[in-house]
Design a binder for this molecule. Structure first.
Ligand code: ADP
Ligand code: MG
Length: 250
Protein backbone atom coordinates (compact mmCIF):
# COMPACT_ATOMS: atom_id res chain seq x y z
CA UNK A 1 0.00 0.00 0.00
CA UNK A 2 1.15 3.54 -0.75
CA UNK A 3 2.32 5.78 2.08
CA UNK A 4 -0.57 8.17 1.45
CA UNK A 5 -3.79 7.29 -0.36
CA UNK A 6 -6.29 9.99 -1.27
CA UNK A 7 -9.51 8.26 -2.26
CA UNK A 8 -12.43 9.87 -4.09
CA UNK A 9 -12.14 13.18 -2.24
CA UNK A 10 -14.99 15.68 -2.60
CA UNK A 11 -15.10 19.23 -1.25
CA UNK A 12 -17.46 22.08 -2.04
CA UNK A 13 -17.68 25.60 -0.66
CA UNK A 14 -21.28 26.69 -1.08
CA UNK A 15 -22.11 26.36 -4.76
CA UNK A 16 -18.47 25.89 -5.72
CA UNK A 17 -17.48 22.23 -6.23
CA UNK A 18 -13.73 22.45 -5.82
CA UNK A 19 -12.69 18.81 -5.47
CA UNK A 20 -14.80 16.33 -7.43
CA UNK A 21 -13.36 12.92 -6.76
CA UNK A 22 -9.61 13.32 -6.34
CA UNK A 23 -7.64 10.09 -6.31
CA UNK A 24 -3.92 10.14 -5.65
CA UNK A 25 -1.43 7.80 -4.06
CA UNK A 26 2.00 8.83 -2.90
CA UNK A 27 4.74 6.30 -2.23
CA UNK A 28 7.23 6.63 0.60
CA UNK A 29 10.23 8.68 -0.42
CA UNK A 30 8.90 9.97 -3.72
CA UNK A 31 8.26 13.54 -4.82
CA UNK A 32 4.84 14.05 -6.35
CA UNK A 33 4.16 17.39 -7.98
CA UNK A 34 0.61 18.63 -8.54
CA UNK A 35 0.19 21.20 -11.29
CA UNK A 36 -2.94 23.11 -12.18
CA UNK A 37 -4.26 26.58 -12.88
CA UNK A 38 -4.95 29.26 -10.28
CA UNK A 39 -8.04 28.59 -8.21
CA UNK A 40 -8.34 24.92 -9.22
CA UNK A 41 -8.15 23.69 -5.64
CA UNK A 42 -4.50 22.79 -5.23
CA UNK A 43 -4.16 24.46 -1.84
CA UNK A 44 -7.53 23.08 -0.76
CA UNK A 45 -6.30 19.57 -1.59
CA UNK A 46 -3.10 20.07 0.37
CA UNK A 47 -4.89 21.46 3.42
CA UNK A 48 -6.93 18.25 3.59
CA UNK A 49 -3.72 16.30 4.22
CA UNK A 50 -3.07 18.08 7.49
CA UNK A 51 -6.66 18.26 8.66
CA UNK A 52 -6.97 22.02 8.09
CA UNK A 53 -9.93 21.22 5.81
CA UNK A 54 -12.24 18.23 6.24
CA UNK A 55 -13.67 16.60 3.10
CA UNK A 56 -17.39 16.33 2.32
CA UNK A 57 -16.72 12.73 1.37
CA UNK A 58 -13.86 10.45 0.49
CA UNK A 59 -10.91 9.35 2.54
CA UNK A 60 -7.25 10.04 3.20
CA UNK A 61 -5.18 7.11 4.41
CA UNK A 62 -1.73 7.76 5.89
CA UNK A 63 0.24 4.58 6.62
CA UNK A 64 -2.93 2.53 6.62
CA UNK A 65 -4.91 4.84 8.92
CA UNK A 66 -7.71 7.18 7.90
CA UNK A 67 -6.90 10.70 9.06
CA UNK A 68 -10.42 11.82 8.13
CA UNK A 69 -11.96 9.65 10.82
CA UNK A 70 -9.36 10.40 13.47
CA UNK A 71 -9.98 12.27 16.70
CA UNK A 72 -8.24 15.64 17.08
CA UNK A 73 -5.75 14.08 19.47
CA UNK A 74 -4.83 11.23 17.12
CA UNK A 75 -4.57 13.68 14.24
CA UNK A 76 -2.19 15.94 16.16
CA UNK A 77 0.06 12.95 16.83
CA UNK A 78 0.03 11.98 13.16
CA UNK A 79 0.74 15.57 12.15
CA UNK A 80 4.15 15.38 13.84
CA UNK A 81 5.25 13.53 10.71
CA UNK A 82 4.14 16.38 8.44
CA UNK A 83 5.71 19.73 7.71
CA UNK A 84 3.82 22.31 5.68
CA UNK A 85 5.62 25.01 3.71
CA UNK A 86 2.86 27.53 3.15
CA UNK A 87 2.28 29.51 -0.01
CA UNK A 88 4.34 32.71 0.16
CA UNK A 89 6.67 31.40 2.94
CA UNK A 90 4.23 32.76 5.58
CA UNK A 91 6.76 33.63 8.26
CA UNK A 92 5.49 35.33 11.39
CA UNK A 93 6.42 38.96 10.69
CA UNK A 94 6.72 39.90 14.35
CA UNK A 95 9.12 37.06 15.16
CA UNK A 96 12.79 36.86 14.22
CA UNK A 97 14.16 33.93 12.22
CA UNK A 98 15.10 31.98 15.36
CA UNK A 99 11.60 32.24 16.85
CA UNK A 100 9.98 31.48 13.51
CA UNK A 101 11.84 28.17 13.36
CA UNK A 102 11.55 27.51 17.11
CA UNK A 103 7.76 27.90 17.03
CA UNK A 104 6.93 24.39 15.81
CA UNK A 105 9.78 22.86 17.79
CA UNK A 106 8.38 24.24 21.02
CA UNK A 107 4.83 23.29 20.09
CA UNK A 108 5.48 19.66 19.13
CA UNK A 109 8.59 18.60 21.05
CA UNK A 110 10.30 18.94 24.41
CA UNK A 111 13.77 20.06 23.40
CA UNK A 112 16.08 22.08 25.66
CA UNK A 113 16.99 25.61 24.54
CA UNK A 114 20.49 24.39 23.60
CA UNK A 115 19.01 21.64 21.46
CA UNK A 116 16.61 24.10 19.82
CA UNK A 117 19.47 26.46 18.98
CA UNK A 118 21.51 23.64 17.50
CA UNK A 119 18.59 22.36 15.39
CA UNK A 120 17.93 25.90 14.12
CA UNK A 121 21.59 26.35 13.17
CA UNK A 122 21.72 22.97 11.37
CA UNK A 123 18.44 23.57 9.55
CA UNK A 124 19.57 26.98 8.33
CA UNK A 125 22.88 25.48 7.18
CA UNK A 126 20.99 22.83 5.22
CA UNK A 127 19.40 25.59 3.14
CA UNK A 128 22.63 27.55 2.75
CA UNK A 129 22.00 30.22 5.40
CA UNK A 130 23.99 31.11 8.50
CA UNK A 131 24.02 33.76 11.22
CA UNK A 132 20.61 35.17 10.38
CA UNK A 133 18.80 33.97 13.52
CA UNK A 134 18.33 37.49 14.87
CA UNK A 135 17.04 38.98 11.61
CA UNK A 136 13.40 39.88 11.14
CA UNK A 137 11.50 38.58 8.07
CA UNK A 138 11.27 42.16 6.74
CA UNK A 139 15.09 42.21 6.54
CA UNK A 140 15.16 39.18 4.23
CA UNK A 141 14.90 38.89 0.45
CA UNK A 142 12.08 36.81 -1.06
CA UNK A 143 14.43 33.91 -1.71
CA UNK A 144 15.80 33.99 1.83
CA UNK A 145 12.28 34.00 3.28
CA UNK A 146 11.43 30.90 1.26
CA UNK A 147 14.62 29.22 2.47
CA UNK A 148 13.80 30.06 6.08
CA UNK A 149 10.39 28.47 5.37
CA UNK A 150 12.19 25.32 4.23
CA UNK A 151 14.50 25.41 7.27
CA UNK A 152 11.46 25.71 9.52
CA UNK A 153 10.01 22.59 7.90
CA UNK A 154 13.11 20.40 8.14
CA UNK A 155 13.73 21.46 11.75
CA UNK A 156 10.70 19.34 12.61
CA UNK A 157 12.38 16.23 11.14
CA UNK A 158 9.22 15.35 9.25
CA UNK A 159 8.56 12.23 7.21
CA UNK A 160 6.61 14.21 4.65
CA UNK A 161 6.92 17.80 3.51
CA UNK A 162 4.09 19.60 1.74
CA UNK A 163 5.25 22.53 -0.34
CA UNK A 164 2.61 24.99 -1.54
CA UNK A 165 4.05 26.96 -4.47
CA UNK A 166 7.62 27.07 -3.14
CA UNK A 167 9.02 29.01 -6.13
CA UNK A 168 6.17 31.41 -6.92
CA UNK A 169 7.30 35.03 -7.00
CA UNK A 170 11.00 34.25 -7.25
CA UNK A 171 13.38 35.09 -10.09
CA UNK A 172 14.41 32.11 -12.28
CA UNK A 173 17.74 31.61 -10.55
CA UNK A 174 16.31 31.68 -7.04
CA UNK A 175 13.53 29.33 -8.25
CA UNK A 176 16.21 26.89 -9.34
CA UNK A 177 17.99 27.25 -5.98
CA UNK A 178 14.75 26.27 -4.23
CA UNK A 179 14.16 23.36 -6.64
CA UNK A 180 17.66 22.04 -5.95
CA UNK A 181 17.09 22.41 -2.20
CA UNK A 182 13.88 20.38 -2.45
CA UNK A 183 15.89 17.60 -4.14
CA UNK A 184 18.66 17.87 -1.52
CA UNK A 185 16.16 17.74 1.35
CA UNK A 186 14.57 14.63 -0.18
CA UNK A 187 17.99 12.93 -0.33
CA UNK A 188 19.39 14.09 3.01
CA UNK A 189 16.27 13.54 5.09
CA UNK A 190 14.65 10.76 3.01
CA UNK A 191 11.34 12.61 3.10
CA UNK A 192 8.27 12.07 1.01
CA UNK A 193 7.31 15.29 -0.76
CA UNK A 194 4.12 16.69 -2.21
CA UNK A 195 4.66 19.90 -4.13
CA UNK A 196 2.09 22.21 -5.64
CA UNK A 197 3.36 24.48 -8.36
CA UNK A 198 2.61 26.05 -11.68
CA UNK A 199 6.33 26.51 -12.33
CA UNK A 200 6.87 23.83 -14.99
CA UNK A 201 10.66 24.12 -14.96
CA UNK A 202 10.64 23.42 -11.24
CA UNK A 203 8.11 20.59 -11.68
CA UNK A 204 10.28 18.85 -14.30
CA UNK A 205 13.38 19.33 -12.12
CA UNK A 206 12.09 17.92 -8.85
CA UNK A 207 9.31 15.44 -9.65
CA UNK A 208 9.30 11.69 -9.60
CA UNK A 209 5.71 11.94 -10.81
CA UNK A 210 3.56 14.87 -11.92
CA UNK A 211 -0.22 14.97 -11.70
CA UNK A 212 -2.54 17.60 -13.10
CA UNK A 213 -5.55 18.85 -11.16
CA UNK A 214 -8.26 20.05 -13.49
CA UNK A 215 -11.95 20.63 -12.78
CA UNK A 216 -11.68 18.92 -9.42
CA UNK A 217 -9.92 15.76 -10.53
CA UNK A 218 -6.41 14.50 -11.17
CA UNK A 219 -6.86 14.05 -14.90
CA UNK A 220 -3.48 12.40 -15.48
CA UNK A 221 -0.44 11.41 -13.46
CA UNK A 222 2.85 10.11 -14.73
CA UNK A 223 6.62 10.38 -14.71
CA UNK A 224 8.33 13.52 -15.98
CA UNK A 225 8.92 11.74 -19.29
CA UNK A 226 5.29 10.66 -19.57
CA UNK A 227 3.95 14.12 -18.80
CA UNK A 228 6.41 15.80 -21.20
CA UNK A 229 5.15 13.50 -23.93
CA UNK A 230 1.48 13.50 -22.97
CA UNK A 231 -1.14 13.43 -25.66
CA UNK A 232 -3.67 15.12 -23.34
CA UNK A 233 -4.32 18.52 -24.94
CA UNK A 234 -5.24 20.16 -21.62
CA UNK A 235 -1.91 19.18 -20.06
CA UNK A 236 -0.03 20.10 -23.23
CA UNK A 237 -1.56 23.57 -23.16
CA UNK A 238 -0.63 24.00 -19.51
CA UNK A 239 2.97 22.90 -20.04
CA UNK A 240 3.34 25.20 -23.04
CA UNK A 241 1.68 28.06 -21.15
CA UNK A 242 -0.52 28.90 -24.10
CA UNK A 243 -3.69 31.01 -24.13
CA UNK A 244 -4.84 28.94 -27.11
CA UNK A 245 -6.03 25.38 -26.68
CA UNK A 246 -8.91 23.36 -25.27
CA UNK A 247 -9.03 25.55 -22.15
CA UNK A 248 -10.43 28.94 -23.23
CA UNK A 249 -9.23 32.18 -21.64
CA UNK A 250 -10.10 34.70 -24.36
N1 ADP B 1 -12.01 28.23 3.14
C1 ADP B 1 -12.61 28.48 1.97
N2 ADP B 1 -13.90 28.90 1.91
C2 ADP B 1 -14.49 29.11 0.73
N3 ADP B 1 -13.91 28.96 -0.47
C3 ADP B 1 -12.63 28.55 -0.47
C4 ADP B 1 -11.91 28.30 0.74
N4 ADP B 1 -10.66 27.91 0.41
C5 ADP B 1 -10.60 27.91 -0.94
N5 ADP B 1 -11.78 28.30 -1.48
C6 ADP B 1 -12.09 28.39 -2.92
O1 ADP B 1 -11.69 27.17 -3.51
C7 ADP B 1 -11.15 27.40 -4.80
C8 ADP B 1 -9.78 26.78 -4.89
O2 ADP B 1 -8.87 27.50 -4.07
P1 ADP B 1 -7.35 27.12 -3.91
O3 ADP B 1 -7.22 25.69 -3.50
O4 ADP B 1 -6.76 28.12 -3.00
O5 ADP B 1 -6.79 27.30 -5.39
P2 ADP B 1 -5.29 27.10 -5.92
O6 ADP B 1 -5.35 25.96 -6.91
O7 ADP B 1 -4.93 28.38 -6.63
O8 ADP B 1 -4.42 26.81 -4.75
C9 ADP B 1 -11.17 28.90 -5.01
O9 ADP B 1 -12.31 29.21 -5.78
C10 ADP B 1 -11.27 29.46 -3.62
O10 ADP B 1 -11.93 30.68 -3.62
MG1 MG C 1 -2.93 27.85 -3.84
Amino acid sequence: MAYIEIINLYKSFGERDVLRGVNLSINRGETVVIIGGSGTGKSVLMKHLVGLIRPDSGDIIVEGESIVRMSKKELLKKMKKFAYVFQGAALFDSLNVRENIAFGLRRFFNYSEDEINQIIKNSLESVGLSDIEEKMPSDLSGGMKKRVGLARAIALKPEIILYDEPTTGLDPIMSDVISKLIIKIKKDYKVTSLVITHDMKSAFTIADRIGMLYKGEIIEIGTVEEIRNTSNPIIKQFIEGSAEGPVKFL
